[in-house]
Design a protein around this ligand. Structure first.
Ligand code: SAM
Length: 183
C-alpha cells in the first residue's frame, strides 16, 4: 500500500477553492515567459494550468504526482486546453530522474510534503533540479495534534527550510509556506 496521501480530484479542483486561492496570482508573481517550471505533487493541475499559460509555448512545465487518477485528469485538461508545454509524470516526488539537475527556474510544491513521509528526500530532489538562481515555493498544511507520520512538525519545517536561503516565509497554526533558493 502506498504511504502517500492521495486527495480526491473533486476536492483538489473544486471551484470553491478559487475563493481562497488564485493560481493565476501565483503564476503572475513567479512565472515568466519561457521559464522551465516544475509542479511537484501537482494533483489534478489546479496550479499547473495557470503556470503553463504563464510560461507560454516557449516554456515547459513538468507536472508530477504519485496519484495516477489525478494525473489522468490533468492530462485530459491539458489536451482539452491545447497546451503543448506540459509534461506529466506519475512518479514519487523523491525520485525525479526525468528532470535534469539544475534545469528548473521555478519549483512549486503546494501542500505535497504533508502528504508523504519522505520530507527530506523530496526537499533534496527539489534542490537538485532547481537552478542555482531559481526559486522553490513550498507549502504545507498542519494538523497540530495529529499523530500521522506524514505531518511536518514545526521544528522539522524550520530545519527543512534552513538548508536553503529563505527569501520569504510565513508560518501559521494550520499552514506554512516558504520561498527558497539554494544556498
Ligand atoms: C494536497 S494535494 C495538492 C495537490 C496540488 N498541489 C494542488 O494544490 O491542487 C497533495 C498531492 O501530493 C500528492 N503526493 C503525495 N505524496 C506524494 C509523493 N511522494 N510524490 C508525488 N506526489 C505525492 C498527492 O497525490 C496529492 O495530489
Amino acid at each position: 500500500m502506498s504511504e502517500d496521501r492521495h486527495i480526491p480530484v473533486f476536492l483538489l479542483n473544486n471551484p470553491l477553492r478559487r475563493l481562497m486561492e488564485s493560481p493565476e496570482r501565483l503564476a503572475k508573481e513567479y512565472v515568466r515567459q519561457g521559464m522551465v517550471v516544475a509542479d511537484i505533487g501537482c494533483g489534478a493541475g489546479f496550479y499547473t494550468i495557470a503556470m503553463a499559460r504563464a510560461t507560454g509555448p516557449e516554456g515547459l512545465v513538468y507536472a508530477v504526482d504519485s496519484d495516477q487518477v489525478a494525473v489522468e485528469r490533468l492530462r485530459n485538461t491539458v489536451e482539452r486546453e491545447g497546451l503543448s508545454n506540459v509534461k506529466t509524470f506519475v512518479s514519487p516526488a523523491e525520485k525525479l530522474d526525468f528532470i535534469p539537475t539544475a534545469s528548473v527556474d521555478f519549483v512549486l510544491s503546494k501542500d505535497l510534503l504533508c502528504c508523504t513521509i519522505k520530507h527530506r528526500e523530496v526537499m533534496r530532489e527539489m534542490r537538485r533540479i532547481v537552478k542555482p538562481n531559481g526559486t522553490i515555493h513550498v507549502s504545507i498544511r498542519s494538523f497540530p495534534f495529529s499523530k500521522d507520520p506524514r505531518e511536518v512538525r514545526r521544528e522539522e519545517w524550520r530545519e527543512l527550510i534552513s538548508e536553503f536561503k529563505v527569501l520569504n516565509s510565513k508560518s501559521g497554526l494550520t499552514s506554512s509556506w516558504a520561498v527558497l533558493r539554494p544556498k
